[in-house]
Write a protein that binds this ligand. Structure first.
Ligand SMILES: [Zn+2]
Length: 420
């Protein structure tokens, strides 16, 4: 167990645990309410990991924050580069959207093409330190692809539970990385419960979001990067899509950690965006509840098609403590956001990856943001993850023509264009 982790606290009853004292969640509150938050000896870390130290650090990956991660070292076997993803400054798109500045952070550029690599790499490193032989996860696709990649690097067996509706490209990744894939005849929520039960009965390392407190620690690195990439001048608002709530909870933890370490002196408002067909966290936020009531879920954005968000307490805490909000967008807005991000932002996002941007567009047009505010929008997954939806999102298909210049000329004439 990493010596850096000072203690963990239950998100519901605040009970303190020593590292390693409990496997996953608070025994009194259970897996739904008893998710844990990781705490470090911030004073000690602040002495060794300063802004100046980071400035001189060569490592262009999320391991540059090793001192504030729950593992002792970066295992050599985990060589794929995770994190330090680009933060694109897009002034034209900012003025179209109606905000002062807009940066898109493209986490689709991680090794398995999603944000989940931040959590999986830390989770697998943690499992390696514990000498675990089998690691398991339930996933709508991305977390599993990512886990399979890092488990393969580590030489650990990965057993993955996915809903049988998971997109083919994501399943292809799992199989290519050599995971055992169990396609559950049921929803993601059922796959999650089955996986958790199996992990507990088989004593496998569980990479499931929310119930494993160390995963959010990997996810928080995106927030640390945003701070550092903007030279510690944090934006006013951050937008991100929300399924289980682990990414948004992790982001908020990152900004809180950065403040505790003295790197930043204020934190952004965090906006969580759900698909309107899968919006239990939006409804809980609107009701003023601190926990969710499960609902049926249906949306084109498979990665956030979650009826029972597992990290609900941290997600709701993130938006409330930060002064942000949970908002819902419909599938048409998501498809529109995919087109805009691709055509005006140079970023090909999967539906869930574009959902944060769809929420930003809606929030800006509803005057939830100041016209001069600086905003970061996270893209959480690459568009090649779900080609079928990408095809359905574009308004035109390819035009079939003969393999000769006449055919091109004819097409140009039909376009009403004289060509070059
Ligand atoms: Zn508790």
């Amino acid at each position: 167990m990493s010596s850096k982790v000072d203690y963990l606290t239950c998100d519901t009853c605040s009970k303190k645990f020593r590292p390693g004292e409990v496997e996953l969640t608070c025994p009194d509150c259970g897996p739904d309410l008893g998710t844990l938050t990781v705490h470090y000896d911030y004073e000690s870390v602040a002495n060794v990991l300063t802004r100046d130290v980071l400035d001189s650090r060569q490592d262009q990956s999320h391991w540059r924050y090793l001192e504030i991660l729950p593992v002792d070292s970066r295992p050599d076997a985990l060589h794929p580069r995770v994190g330090w993803t680009p933060l694109y400054d897009l002034p034209k798109l900012a003025s179209e959207v109606g905000v002062g500045r807009l940066w898109i952070k493209d986490d689709g550029l991680n090794p398995s093409a999603s944000f989940k690599d931040r959590a999986s790499s830390v989770g697998v490193a943690h499992a390696m330190e514990q000498g675990r032989k089998v690691i398991t996860a339930a996933s709508t696709g991305n977390a599993a692809s990512s886990l399979s990649l890092f488990a393969a690097c580590a030489g650990i067996r990965a057993v993955i539970f996915v809903p049988e509706t998971a997109p083919e490209a994501k399943v292809a990744q799992l199989l290519m990385f050599g995971a055992d894939v169990l396609a559950v005849r049921g929803t993601y929520d059922q796959a999650f419960d089955l996986c958790l039960d199996t992990a507990l009965s088989q004593k496998w390392y569980c990479r499931n979001t929310a119930v494993n407190p160390y995963l959010g620690e990997g996810k928080k690195t995106a927030a640390l990067e945003i701070c550092e990439q903007l030279r510690w001048d944090v934006p006013e608002a951050v937008f991100v899509s929300v399924g289980d709530g682990c990414i948004i909870g992790g982001l908020w933890k990152g900004f809180c950690d950065a403040e505790k370490l003295g790197w930043i002196d204020r934190k952004p408002r965090i906006y969580g965006v759900q698909a309107s067909g899968s919006a239990p966290l939006v409804h809980a936020f609107d009701r003023g509840d601190r926990t969710v009531t499960p609902e049926p879920a249906e949306t084109v954005a498979d990665s956030i098609c979650v009826g029972k968000p597992r990290d609900h307490i941290k997600a709701l805490r993130a938006v409330r403590e930060s002064g942000g909000a949970m908002i819902a967008v419909d599938d048409e807005q998501i498809l529109d956001a995919m087109r805009t991000l691709a055509r005006k932002g140079g970023v090909f996002a999967e539906p869930a990856g574009a959902t944060g941007f769809a929420g930003l567009v809606q929030a800006a047009s509803a005057s939830m943001l100041g016209k001069d505010e600086r905003v970061v929008c996270l893209v959480t997954g690459n568009g090649l993850k779900d080609v079928a939806t990408a095809i359905s999102a574009v308004d035109t298909g390819p035009v079939g023509i003969g393999a000769d210049l006449n055919s091109v000329d004819n097409w140009l004439r039909e376009q009403g264009s004289k060509g070059a």
